[in-house]
Design a binder for this molecule. Sequence first.
Ligand code: SF4
Length: 144
Amino acid sequence: MYLGDYIVIEEQTGPFAFACESVSTGTKFTASVDEDKREIFQDKSFPDSHPHACRFLRPDGPLLRCTIHRDSPAQCKFYRCVIMRIADHEGNELGTVTGTLHLHSDDRRLGSVWEEAETAIPESSPKAEERRREYLTGHGYRVS
Ligand code: SF4
């Protein structure tokens, strides 16, 4: 919500493509809006009414989403500390997943299920985060 001064669009290079700079590190990067987020990206009312928010942030139902999840700069991926909390069917928390799609858990069964998910759904594949959530849910875990 407050990274608009740090993630700067320098130029629009295509309908959904941008040349950008991560100001805090001086890193240039190119970003394409994720295909599945192009519809919500086209509504500019949110960034227009939240001038300190990153121009790539958009509401999506009750959530706020990064619309360049695939191309977002490294510090954004690390900044998104925990993107999933994983619990067993009774609600006991077993682990968390960070923005880089890494599992943090001491639970061996969850660890092996996550390894299967990594093989079946590589990090670079479309909607990897959502599909891994579904994979875990399909194996009886609660994911929030
Ligand atoms: S995660 Fe995405 S929306 Fe958030 S600051 Fe980074 S590029 Fe912008």
